[in-house]
Design a protein around this ligand. Sequence first.
Ligand SMILES: Cc1cc2nc3c(=O)[nH]c(=O)nc-3n(C[C@H](O)[C@H](O)[C@H](O)COP(=O)(O)OP(=O)(O)OC[C@H]3O[C@@H](n4cnc5c(N)ncnc54)[C@H](O)[C@@H]3O)c2cc1C
Length: 479
Amino acid sequence: MPPSTSLNSVQFLQQLCNLVGADQVVSNTAAMSDWMTEPRGLFTGEALAVVRPADTAEVIAIVKASATAGVSIVPQGGNTGLCGGATPIPKNRSIVLSLSRLNQIRSVNPATNSLTAEAGCIVANIQQAAADAERLFPLSFAADGTAQVGGAIGTNAGGTNVLRYGNTRELVRGLEVVLPNGDLLDDLRGLRKDNTGYNLTHLFIGAEGTLGVVTAANLKLFAAPSQRHTAWLAINRIADGIDLLIDLQQLSGGAVSGCELISATSLEFALRHQLGCRAPLETDTSWYLLLELTGTGHNQALASLLENRLASGLENGTVVDAVIAQNLQQGETFWHIREGISEAQKHEGGSIKHDIALPIHRLAEFVDTTVPLLHQQMPGIRPCIFGHLGDGNLHFNLTQPAGMDKAEFLGRWSTFNRIVHDQVEKFGGSISAEHGIGQLKRGELARYKSPVALNLMRQIKQAIDPQNLMNPGKVLPDE
Ligand SMILES: Cc1cc2nc3c(=O)[nH]c(=O)nc-3n(C[C@H](O)[C@H](O)[C@H](O)COP(=O)(O)OP(=O)(O)OC[C@H]3O[C@@H](n4cnc5c(N)ncnc54)[C@H](O)[C@@H]3O)c2cc1C
């Protein structure tokens, strides 16, 4: 429980104004509205104020003042998360800590292939800073023009390059974190090797702000690719796509950086609603693959091995049709389709979305056995399945039958959650592989996470944040 405090809310807000300046403390309800809702409008919050520190020292001062006053803290980055993780829960006495002014790239070090960025840096700006140094920062997803790296760390974001470069956890070498008591955990040394006990950095990645406020990160960079080969394939079976991917990875020494699965329904939605989308092939099949191989240097091997492997697929029937982009621009038109699917889906009525992960060798069987269960439950339902096949992470989204009442469809949310998540559990997968748990999936976490793991998570939370001041009511289910 938070300690009782002698400060009332007005005095506390005055204290915050003294710490960061009155213009950086927003407490007017109307002015706070952008920070109080998440993009889908599933959660609406209330807070005493939104506070916008300029640097780590101000974050420390705010956290200490809040701990003394018993006020909880909700860290917020770009507010692109869709699970209510960055939305303050009305019943709590809390502030939103907006990190957007901590937006400096502190250093870029091409010699060690690393970069140190403050938590409020927009992910796309970090990509650009890396590109300016002829390096690649590979974290890339459809919201990277708004999401901040602190939020990406909070949710352990992945995206389209995970297959080759890993998710955020694999891209972070060290963190600077303000702990719930105001202590600073400072490890921005960027060491590749450090075997001095527990890996504390990893605790804060994917913690959704429940253990501390990330203020800066040392991030890994890579050689910038100088060649990019993008292909669009029509296939009949997911299993054929997986075999092709495994072959290409083997043949190219791991040069496949993207492998996106797109169902016929997803393609149809994008073509119908997204400006500038054109079908890359005339062939109609159940599934499509967007493949990308990237490499450095100028050898022709990657291009010819892709061509050869596709040719053998066409010959033995595992690939129905294929086109290799003739230039970067054409490749981008393929990606434009993939990136427009979520937006296109909104025009088709209500959606019940699942961001799940499966062991890749069980993914095809998962889809083949789950889709009939959905149709049994609701004839006419339109599964809109797409995602990062290469790392087993699927958007398993369900669109309402055409013409059905949207509210009636959304009222069946928990029925469909149960079908999909039970299947995920059966096939050894994860119910959350992208957006995190936030407020939305706490109940599901209680159901599917092992009691031993949950208990350990609770013990870690209690040890680091005994007053439960950091983003309370998120991630951990009620006991
Ligand atoms: C269109 C779209 C496409 C997406 N595609 C993908 C995808 O392909 N792969 C994928 O993995 N994800 C994807 N996502 C999810 C995405 O990874 C997250 O939305 C994003 O990383 C969150 O960043 P943010 O700055 O908006 O964080 P917010 O939404 O502001 O916060 C998210 C969580 O992190 C915490 N947090 C924020 N900043 C900090 C900080 N400095 N310290 C501690 N905790 C903090 C918050 O309290 C909250 O719990 C997508 C999201 C959208 C909207």
